[in-house]
Ligand binder design. Structure first.
Ligand SMILES: [Zn+2]
Ligand SMILES: [Zn+2]
Length: 391
């Protein structure tokens, strides 16, 4: 994502802001919109990315100067001309980049220390390593499970470090040779000319793919990859009150990284199953029950299903169709904070459709009685109905 909004405006700082002020302003925004604090919230995600992008540009004096002078267009031009700001220019600035930038400068918060391990493409050995693949697992949950929260066992197919070669991909120690092109550094220097003058860029060596070594004899188990397919079971704890599209990120439970790189994550994405009785409205659940004319007129007691069994609903005499009754605290637990929603029961007076001659006569007789017909003024009748519905 490349934003066109003013970077200073995004971070709410002046154009004269110092490096310390920039960092402080970014930290505030990043914590506010961090995905761990706003699970599944797309708008927050975009704000997080936007703020990170602004920070990445403004904290670097070189890019800040280009931006101050030429704006967004200047940055695009210099990135396009091979200058390369940050991770390969900002054309491919995605959520993972944003999170890594945040982690790099601020570390974790709330126990998520060092999640991204060797990000930036180099391990402690200075060689090119890659973070393992993130894996998505879709999980269907019933409304009952969502109402209380639930622990689920999930199966994950992932890539695991090959034990035979310990992830090196080589058949044995002597099957690894220093790369003749980069002499083992894993890097090559490229000189490019751009609008901003001559720029030296360090790129991974293409001969050894940045590893600094080449394999002359592959491991028979993983054929040089260093990773093998495997599967495992994981327990995932789903908090109550989630909805379709919410996700739980299980750090470093995904595929293990190439050549000792950090593992990716398992992202568990929640889908809510349709319920046979209830529809959901936020943390309230809604149940609709048909009643007869006589039940509405005379009042009745009904057994109504709830999320954890049954409850008795008292329908008073003279209940209008559409009236909503409330079972307090019988809904879904809130995702944030204490307490839970309600169960709303809407009664609808059912009109019979197939009448035999016998029933017809009964209704005709009822129709002759003034007391059981609606009032003449339809306006006052609907006003009253509105009152009952509370709308
Ligand atoms: Zn090389
Ligand atoms: Zn192997």
């Amino acid at each position: 994502m490349t934003t066109e909004r003013d970077y200073y405006e995004i971070l709410e700082i002046t154009r004269e802001a110092t490096e310390v002020e920039i960092k402080k302003a970014y930290r505030k925004k990043a914590l506010q919109y961090h995905p761990d604090r706003n699970p599944g919230d797309k708008a927050a995600e975009d704000k997080f990315k936007e703020a990170t992008e602004a920070y990445e540009i403004l904290k670097n004096p070189q890019t800040r100067q280009i931006y101050d002078q030429y704006g967004h267009a200047g940055l695009k031009q210099s990135a396009g001309a091979g200058g390369g700001f940050g991770a390969g220019g900002f054309s491919g600035f995605d959520m993972a980049d944003a999170l890594r930038a945040f982690m790099r400068d601020f570390g974790g918060f709330g126990g998520f220390e060092d999640i991204f391990g060797g990000f930036g493409g180099t391990s402690s050995r200075g060689r090119n390593v890659q973070r393992g693949q993130d894996l998505r697992v879709d999980l269907e949950l019933s409304l009952e499970e969502i109402a209380e929260g639930v622990s689920k066992k999930i199966k994950v197919d992932y890539k695991k470090k090959c034990e035979k070669c310990n992830g090196s991909g080589a058949a044995n120690d002597s099957a690894k040779k220093t790369c003749p092109q980069c002499k083992g550094s894993g890097e090559v220097r490229q000189v490019t000319r751009s609008l901003l003058g001559q720029m030296v860029r360090v790129a991974p060596c293409d001969y050894c793919k940045g590893e600094g070594t080449i394999i002359t004899d592959f491991c028979s188990e993983c054929h040089g990859n260093g990773l093998v397919d495997d599967s495992k079971a994981l327990n995932v704890r789903i908090p109550p009150g989630v909805s379709t599209g919410n996700y739980i990120n299980m750090r470093q439970e995904g595929s293990q990284g190439y050549r000792g790189g950090p593992a990716g994550d398992v992202v568990v994405v929640v889908t809510e199953k349709e319920h046979e009785h209830f529809t959901r409205n936020g943390d309230d659940i809604v149940y609709e029950v048909p009643i007869s004319f006589s039940q509405a007129a005379l009042g009745t007691r009904l057994n109504v299903p709830t999320l954890n069994g049954e409850d008795v609903l008292n329908i008073p005499a003279g209940t209008q169709s559409g009236k909503i009754f409330k079972f307090r605290n019988k809904g879904i637990k809130h995702l944030r904070g204490l307490g839970r929603g309600d169960q709303l029961v809407r009664v609808v007076v059912w009109t019979p459709t197939k009448l035999g001659p016998e029933e017809k006569k009964l209704f005709e007789k009822l129709g002759e009685n003034e007391k059981i017909n609606p009032p003449k003024s339809s306006k006052s009748f609907f006003e009253k109905l509105k009152e009952t519905l509370g709308v």
